[in-house]
Write a protein that binds this ligand. Structure first.
Ligand code: NAG
Ligand code: NAG
Length: 500
């Protein structure tokens, strides 16, 4: 990117100018009176009024309220750090494919590969009990956010930065108007051109999380997976659609906040391909009954809908599981299965709190293409929760039915709504490098569409979302890359779209 030409002092100067009250969208009063009955920063009547001074994500992060809340949290996490050794997978134990996708869900036992002695279990339980008390107490009512605001939040630190512009353009192409906060890990990720010019034009704003964390540094530095919960917690919005940097909707997501199942639950999660591979120990330590394996898939967590007013307590528990994730809770929740990381921390937190939430039942499906008789995966599709809700309402599925029954029934699944390019990433900085899958040619010597034949894409999404993707890739390349790369992207797009 041209970013190399711009110097650090200039970047810092631009950052000062970002502190402007711009990205604020008040909600219509009628839709929120029922959804803010939970805890909110003001509580009571005042929560129905607009904040006196609408502020940006940057100003929110730099406000004394947010900084003192973080200091409170940091001190509590430090105080509750369990004095135990990091949990390792046993050398001889491994979660198998059968554990992740058992033939018969109902009879399959939970894999149990981690052993902890009684002292360790007691130490973990004591710390967890204390965190639960803290999260249920004052902390949840003091979680700072701008009451009655909605927005989209993403994390784009490090190598994820190159994807976020394409994802944002795809988001805007659906007609979405909600403001976007892009969380960067540190100032090293801050690109003056993208953060200063490109994103503001897309009603998006870069926010640097280390600005907050450095005011009260955590005991250990954070890793990539841990950033997500921080981004949700410390974004300015009350209601958040979280998207991984490589995920975007194919339809306007703004109305998801006004429809079921979000309206009645305030938390919606999307499924992974696999079932839970959590160790039985996690339920013992956190004192909840293990749900049947068939109850739901493990969660994918690249896409989440949260109302922080209704879910402050479980979000704080999710922070705890992520803060102690790499050493303790990630292994306990996944035991080394595919995608070990933050993915099940949000669902587990909601389970422990007994919070209401909705997990999308329509299975995640793969996105990709056949090329030379071989399947190439690019990413995945996640379903429309509102349509799924309506299908269930009209088909009157028995209340007792589980995910397993749903798969076996003839029930229609909802249309795909989100695209998550977790395999071949549309990273504008790398996409034109030699060896990029986009340049693959088929037996006929032609370039090929990445998401399959046009008619199938239209059937899935109602329009040719791949055509839009190429349009946005061209705009992005021509804005951020060299003239030569701009021309190469145009040629590539023309070649790919030449064959329907
Ligand atoms: C379908 O709706 C019923 C009744 O509203 C509810 O109890 C049930 O859990 C729903 N099923 C799914 C799969 O959402
Ligand atoms: C597909 O087959 C053609 C012809 O055999 C070959 O030139 C091309 O490299 C193959 N593509 C991939 C991605 O393997």
């Amino acid at each position: 990117m041209r970013r190399a030409l711009l110097t650090l002092p200039f970047a810092l100067l631009l950052l000062l100018f970002l502190d402007q009250p711009s990205h604020y969208f008040p909600l219509p009063a009628t839709t929120t009176t029922s959804s803010t009955t939970g805890s909110s920063s003001d509580g009571g009547l005042s929560s129905f009024f607009r904040p006196a001074r609408p502020i940006s994500g940057h100003a929110h992060l730099h406000s004394p309220t947010v900084q003192s809340f973080w200091r409170l949290l940091r001190d509590e996490l430090f105080r509750l750090t369990p004095a135990v050794d990091p949990i390792h997978q046993p050398d001889d134990g491994k979660v198998t494919g059968e554990d992740q996708a058992p033939e018969n869900l109902d009879n399959h036992p939970r894999p149990s590969l981690i052993y902890l002695d009684e002292i360790t279990k007691t130490t973990l339980r004591t710390s967890h009990d204390a965190m639960l008390k803290f999260a249920r107490g004052q902390a949840s009512s003091e979680l700072p956010f701008q009451v009655r605001t909605r927005g989209i939040v993403t994390t784009a630190g490090g190598s994820y930065f190159g994807m976020v512009v394409v994802s944002l353009r795809m988001l805007r192409s659906t007609g979405s108007k909600l403001p976007v906060t892009v969380f960067l890990d540190t100032h090293k990720d801050y690109d003056p051109l993208v953060c200063g010019e490109v994103l503001p034009d897309l009603n998006a704003e870069c926010v640097v999380l280390s600005d907050l964390l450095d005011t009260a540094p955590p005991s250990t530095p954070l890793l990539r997976y841990q950033y997500k919960v921080f981004a949700i917690l410390f974004s300015p919005f009350q209601e958040v659609l979280f998207l991984d940097a490589d995920a975007f909707p194919a339809h306007n997501p703004d109305q998801l906040f006004d429809t079921q199942p979000y309206k009645s639950t305030g938390l919606v999660t999307w499924p992974d391909f696999w079932v839970s591979t959590a160790s039985p120990l996690i339920f013992d330590i956190t004192r909840v009954k293990a749900p049947p394996l068939a109850a739901r898939k493990s969660s994918e967590a690249g896409i989440l809908l949260y109302d922080k007013a209704r879910h402050a307590t479980d979000l704080l528990m999710a922070l705890y599981y992520n803060f102690f994730g790499p050493d303790l809770y990630y292994p306990l929740l996944a035991q080394g299965a595919a995608g070990e990381g933050d993915k099940d921390t949000f669902l587990h937190a909601a389970t422990v709190i007994g919070a209401e939430w909705y997990d999308v039942k329509s299975p995640v499906t793969v996105m990709g293409r056949w090329l030379n008789d071989t399947w190439h995966s690019f990413g995945m599709k996640q379903a429309d929760p509102a349509e799924e809700w309506n299908i269930n309402e009209t088909s009157k599925l028995d209340p007792g039915k589980t995910l397993n029954d749903l798969h076996q029934s003839t029930l229609k699944t909802a249309r795909p709504f989100f695209i998550h390019n977790n395999i071949v990433k549309f990273d504008i900085e790398r996409i034109l490098e030699p060896g990029s899958a986009l340049f693959d040619i088929n037996e006929a010597g032609h370039l090929q569409r990445v998401w399959g034949p046009q008619q199938d894409v239209i059937q899935d999404f109602g329009y040719d979302v791949e055509q839009v993707l190429w349009t946005e890739l061209i705009v992005t390349a021509c804005q951020l890359m060299t003239m030569r790369d701009c021309r190469r992207m145009k040629d590539l797009a023309a070649g790919v779209l030449a064959v329907p």
